[in-house]
Design a protein around this ligand. Structure first.
Ligand SMILES: *Cc1c(COP(=O)(O)O)cnc(C)c1O
Length: 429
């Protein structure tokens, strides 16, 4: 019966037994650091599993030990997150960055090569090109425009192909919605795999969120999320998640135990509440984004709109889009006529849409990648991936779309007036 139910139908109940908590319809917050064992033998058996010293027996569950290792709120959350991505196992983290850094530390060792897509999230980029570099991990970035053959050639000519440890990609890419072909990443991995060692493909799926894509079914071994974004969805917490098969996730969970970067029971509880509305929120956000994109597509002050719903059906990207995603999502970027001055004028004249980084939340957010989230990128890369001074990024929330469009319209009128004043100045001057 369970198996036939869809994830949204299971988000209120899956993995929780009210009879274990006085019949409480919702899981209480298990605000406890440690758990009493029934017997010493039981404690020993739990520890053996937690430290990865033996495989689980059939039907054996890891018992509750200590809240750095496991906690009911953590476990229920992980069970429910597995449903969206159809994954064997999930590990949640205290932030998206701790999920990402833990995966990279576990699967890429000094002397190894990490192949990654550009641009990746700023924090990820810093971790790869500073922390990992300092401990001797080589890294090569590839662009969405690079072909499989070009990427293989880059790896081979680096001289580190024999030590390719992981392929890490972010798709759709932030902020321009460029797509990376996950199947292609798997083929590149297969090209360098030796019979005894699989090269894992890890996909940061934060930008699309868990509803409309399944990287694991497209050839990824691991899928990562900043749960701060769509999964949390209310801009009131920081968290992360990693999903994959049992064997891989065992390694991720053991390292998490020793880094101690799991979220608190309270954060897990907030995420459980968020998951109940994940689908309705994301569907409304995507619907609103469709309306906003349509408005932007037809505005004379907007030069270019980066929105997955705009991909031309005759372009080769369309096939890739259809293969990996079933919705254009709720992230839009666009170029406003002019440069930073006009972009800032637009940002400063919005009221309903808040000027803040982050994305995927119930409230719409706007920001300026070139001077905010992507300020650290080298100018050449910025240019290659289309992060210009006139680029603005929108994360669409659950407000009424007509109010969002009115807000944008009002801010664009302010930009128009500004441009006209400038032109007058030029004429007078
Ligand atoms: C926000 C974000 C992260 C980092 O997540 P935190 O929860 O802020 O640590 C990683 N990847 C992407 C794509 C993000 O948007």
């Amino acid at each position: 019966m369970k198996d036939s139910l869809r994830p949204e139908s299971l988000m209120m109940t899956h993995g929780y037994k009210p009879e274990l908590s006085e019949g409480a319809i919702k899981p209480p917050i298990f605000q406890t650091s440690t758990f009493a064992f029934k017997t010493a033998e039981e404690g020993k058996a739990y520890f053996e599993l937690a430290y990865g010293l033996r495989q689980k027996d059939q039907n054996e569950d890891l018992g509750l030990i200590y809240s750095r290792i496991n906690n009911p709120n953590l476990e229920i959350l992980e069970d429910r997150l597995c449903l969206w991505d159809n994954a064997d196992q999930c590990a949640v983290f205290e932030s998206g960055m701790s999920a990402i850094s833990t995966v990279l530390l576990e699967f890429v060792k000094p002397g190894d090569l990490l192949l990654y897509s550009m641009p990746v999230y700023g924090g990820t980029d810093h971790f790869i090109n500073h922390f990992l570099k300092d401990i001797g991990v080589h890294a090569i970035g590839f662009l969405p425009s690079h072909s499989k053959e070009e990427i293989i050639e880059m790896v081979e000519s680096s001289g580190h192909g024999g030590r390719l440890g992981m392929i890490y990609a972010e798709t759709p890419a932030n902020p321009t919605n460029d797509l990376i072909d996950i199947q292609m990443c798997r083929e590149v991995a297969a090209h360098f795999e030796k019979t005894d060692k699989r090269i894992y493909v890890a996909i940061d799926n934060t930008y699309m969120g868990p509803l409309w894509s399944s990287p694991l079914e497209n050839g990824a071994d691991l899928v990562l999320y900043s749960a701060t974004k769509y999964i949390g969805g209310h801009s009131d917490l920081i968290a992360g998640a990693v999903l994959g098969n049992t064997e891989i996730m065992q390694r991720v969970k053991v390292l998490r135990t020793f880094l101690g970067n799991m979220p608190s029971p309270n954060t897990c509880w907030l995420l459980l509440r968020s998951l109940e509305t994940l689908k309705v929120r994301m569907e409304q956000q995507a619907l609103n984004a469709q309306h906003v994109a349509k408005y932007l597509n037809n505005h004379s002050l907007i030069d270019k709109v980066y929105y997955l719903g705009n991909i031309d059906q005759s372009s080769s990207n369309y096939e890739l889009y259809k293969r990996q995603y079933s919705s254009p999502g709720a992230m839009i970027a666009f170029e406003i006529k002019g440069g930073e001055k006009e972009a800032f004028c637009f940002l400063n004249n919005l009221d309903l849409i808040k000027l803040a980084v982050s994305l995927g939340s119930t409230e719409s957010l706007v920001q300026h990648p070139a001077s905010m989230t992507h300020i650290g990128l080298c100018p050449n890369l910025k240019k290659q991936i289309g992060i210009t001074d006139s680029l603005v990024r929108l994360s669409i929330g659950v407000e009424h779309y007509a109010d969002l469009i009115n807000d944008i319209d009002k801010a664009l009128i302010a930009v128009q007036i500004d441009l006209e004043i400038n032109e007058e100045d030029l004429v007078v001057g």
